[in-house]
Design a protein around this ligand. Structure first.
Ligand code: NAP
Length: 277
């Protein structure tokens, strides 16, 4: 589908996508760059990319598709540079966890750039932890502009689906509000739960339940900073809503209102079962 795919950023997400592309489209030439030469060398030695360079120009030259998988704060300046280096036929997509600010600042490049976010990953980072299977059956959100060329959007969508993911076309604001609730809030809640494990006794007694509930608290704190600054209003709204739910729980626990407590706990369990049948 694409003869040459270039990766800017070869960490958990970039590395995993490159591995998946290699599996499904072995003929595709994958090029890539990263911050350190160590990552580029690792990607070359492990056949994750076939050409690597620290020079952006060399990596994106002649690419049909450029996938930008750097930390969030580098997405906009990187895409502004790439847009000047690639031809009009090239598609540029990013994978960042927030879309509003990025898509807003890259409007000028709507003929080439389409916002993206694979709803997959782990709490780990780096190419060493990348794996093709983390993308299996994952949802890939795309946030095109009104002006996005239809053919480019369709081609990107077909490609993502051939990689075994499902596409959801949405707009940046809807995306950011939703991920604030299901991805960003859980991260901050996990952080708060971990801060609450403040005694030796709690730490010693912590078992698998606490481990799975706080798994995302292991995520890179730098990512936490980036989502907090690029999705602030939506995260604050979710934190307020959570505070209300905590207050309700607190009220029923303190008053011993078993009937109401049971009702909302059953409701919570039903919501989980509807999301993960
Ligand atoms: P990561 O494992 O830390 O990878 C980041 C990659 O970007 C690394 O390869 C790094 O190079 C490279 N990089 C950093 N600065 C660069 C620069 N100036 N030029 C070129 N490359 C540079 O992080 P990640 O988890 O894959 O996250 C990458 C993006 O995916 C973020 O925007 C994040 O929001 C998004 N995302 C993450 C997840 C997740 O679960 N982790 C899920 C969905 C989306 P080195 O390897 O040399 O350090």
């Amino acid at each position: 589908m694409f003869n040459r795919v270039a990766f800017i950023g070869l960490g958990l997400i970039g590395g995993s996508m490159a591995k998946r592309i290699k599996e499904i489209f072995p003929e595709t030439v994958i090029t890539g760059t990263a911050k350190s030469q160590l990552t580029i060398d690792y990607a070359l030695q492990n056949n994750i990319i076939s050409e690597g360079s620290s020079e952006l120009k060399k990596v994106v030259r002649d690419a049909d598709l450029v996938i930008v998988a750097t930390p969030i704060e580098l997405i906009v300046p990187t895409i502004k540079k790439i847009a000047k280096l690639v031809s009009e036929r090239t598609i540029i997509v990013d994978v960042a966890s927030t879309k509003g600010q990025i898509c807003d600042q890259l409007k000028k490049y709507s003929s080439k750039f389409i916002g993206g976010h694979p709803m997959a990953g782990t709490e780990k980072t780096g190419i060493i932890n990348s794996a093709a299977n983390i993308l299996h059956n994952a949802l890939f959100a795309l946030t095109p502009y009104k002006q996005t060329p239809k053919l480019k959007l369709q081609k990107l969508k077909d490609f993502i689906e051939k990689l075994g993911m499902r596409c959801k076309i949405t707009d940046p604001q809807t995306h950011d509000e939703a991920v604030a609730g299901i991805s960003h809030l859980p991260y901050f809640v996990a952080a708060a739960l971990l801060l609450n494990a403040d005694t030796q006794d709690k730490k010693e007694l912590a078992a698998t339940g606490f481990k799975s509930t706080t798994r995302v608290g292991e995520s890179d704190p730098q990512w936490g900073l980036e989502i907090a600054s690029t999705n602030k209003p939506a995260i604050l709204k979710e934190l307020n809503s959570l505070q209300k739910n905590l207050n309700i729980l607190k009220k029923y626990i303190s008053t011993g209102n078993k009937k109401q407590l049971l009702k909302i706990l059953k409701n919570a369990r039903n919501i989980r079962r509807s999301i993960y049948p």
